[in-house]
Design a protein around this ligand. Sequence first.
Ligand SMILES: [Ca+2]
Ligand SMILES: [Ca+2]
Ligand SMILES: [Ca+2]
Ligand SMILES: [Ca+2]
Length: 201
Amino acid sequence: MLTLLALFTLLTSGCSQADKVTDDSAPPEGDADADSDSDSDSDADADADSDSDSDADPPEAKLVLNELVAGNETGATDEAGQNEDWIELLNIGDAAAELTGWGLTDALGEKEPWRFPEAQALNPGERLLIWADEDIDDGPNHADFKLSGDGETLSLVNPDDELIDAVSFPALNDDQAYARLPDGEGAWDLSDTPTPGAENK
Ligand SMILES: [Ca+2]
Ligand SMILES: [Ca+2]
Ligand SMILES: [Ca+2]
Ligand SMILES: [Ca+2]
């Protein structure tokens, strides 16, 4: 009985010593925890900062070229009922884009870009179709150039003539589109499903 008690005491003290050892080693761990806590705190702060930064950033418009068709045979028709080449613009930013003074060209640096003739804005997520038909009298959004089915380079410039976006498209079949996939942010690729004024697919 005594032996058992002694053993029990020994075990108990052993346990409590082990606990103590753990407890003793706990402070550094605690420090490490405190460090990692403060790290994660600073991470959280950094996250919060970047969040608040993005919150603090003024909303910005971001216009991109999003899709084009260079040989429209059976697709969308313009105000004159004609199948024409078209270019789709998309605002992937979080503020409205004022288009006054912006321009499109298929001959950057060689001739003055075609300018959007009327004050118009593009809200976030909104699209605008520009007809590339040289029929500037068909309506406001008719560029003074066409798109070559053999491929060429289309450029979007801002009012300061800074290049904002450009795409060099390959030879396209009739009614074949060249489009950002996924819509808005993706790389350009061929598409047999033109989506004028709608999300690319
Ligand atoms: Ca064409
Ligand atoms: Ca036309
Ligand atoms: Ca052209
Ligand atoms: Ca589209």
